[in-house]
Design a protein around this ligand. Structure first.
Ligand code: TMP
Length: 208
């Protein structure tokens, strides 16, 4: 399911500013005449956006960790088939706000130790990694404060509290070492423009 385009994902804990950075990168690359698809997970296709509501709204115990993993994977499969793979095949740059690394973190070590299951399902049903993953790293209390102040109604994961954010931050940094060939870690605790400048530099160096 790969193609000649470039697949960039953004990762980070809730409130890290990665969605803003993904949007700014899309604007920057479009300004340079690149054909860019800006998308997000969970969601990004009609079916996956329906699943997004199921996983992000409601009580935190609404799904078991295993069921939640299946739902996120189903959403990703639909998104990959209908949006990401066709765009890459057409030579476009795909910028995705979260991808499989979020499942490795939130479902893989968030509520239960399911990393083995996450990897098996990924190999079976997804089988694609981004070419570049930008990790926007930020202190957990700062991130959670920002995320909660949004009041978006999608607070199911934020409701697991700061302890989850602390573990997710450490987990993402460990993942950046595990997949060092595609990860770039950027300090998100600075002015938006300074972070965006770093992101643009890093991505530009990897563009075909
Ligand atoms: P967002 O706030 O970046 O839109 O992400 C929504 C939430 O979904 C966030 O708390 C992390 C969670 N999430 C998972 O638990 N597993 C996943 O695979 C993805 C993509 C997101």
């Amino acid at each position: 399911m790969s193609g000649p385009g470039l697949f960039i994902s953004f990762e980070g804990i809730d409130g890290s500013g990665k969605s803003t950075q993904a949007r700014l990168l899309a604007e920057y690359l479009r300004g340079q005449g690149r054909d860019v698809v800006l998308t997000r997970e969970p969601g990004g296709s009609a079916g996956a956006e329906e699943i997004r509501r199921l996983v992000l709204e409601g009580d935190k115990d609404r799904w078991s960790p295993e069921t939640e993993l299946l739902l996120f994977t189903a959403a990703r499969r639909d998104h990959l088939e209908r949006v990401i793979a066709p765009a890459l095949a057409a030579g476009q740059v795909v910028i995705c706000d979260r991808f499989a690394d979020s499942t490795r973190m939130y479902q893989g070590l968030g509520r239960a130790d399911l990393r083995g299951l996450v990897d098996q399902l990924h190999a079976l049903m997804i089988g694609r990694e981004p070419d570049v993953t930008v990790l926007i790293d930020i202190a957990p209390d700062l991130g959670l404060g920002r995320a909660l102040s949004r009041g978006s109604g999608e607070a199911r994961f934020e409701s697991f509290g700061v302890d989850l954010q602390v573990r997710m931050r450490a987990g993402f940094l460990a993942l950046a070492e595990e997949f060092a060939w595609r990860f770039v870690v950027i300090d998100g605790g600075r002015e938006v423009a300074a972070v965006a400048g770093d992101v643009a530099r890093v991505v530009e160096a990897r563009l075909p």
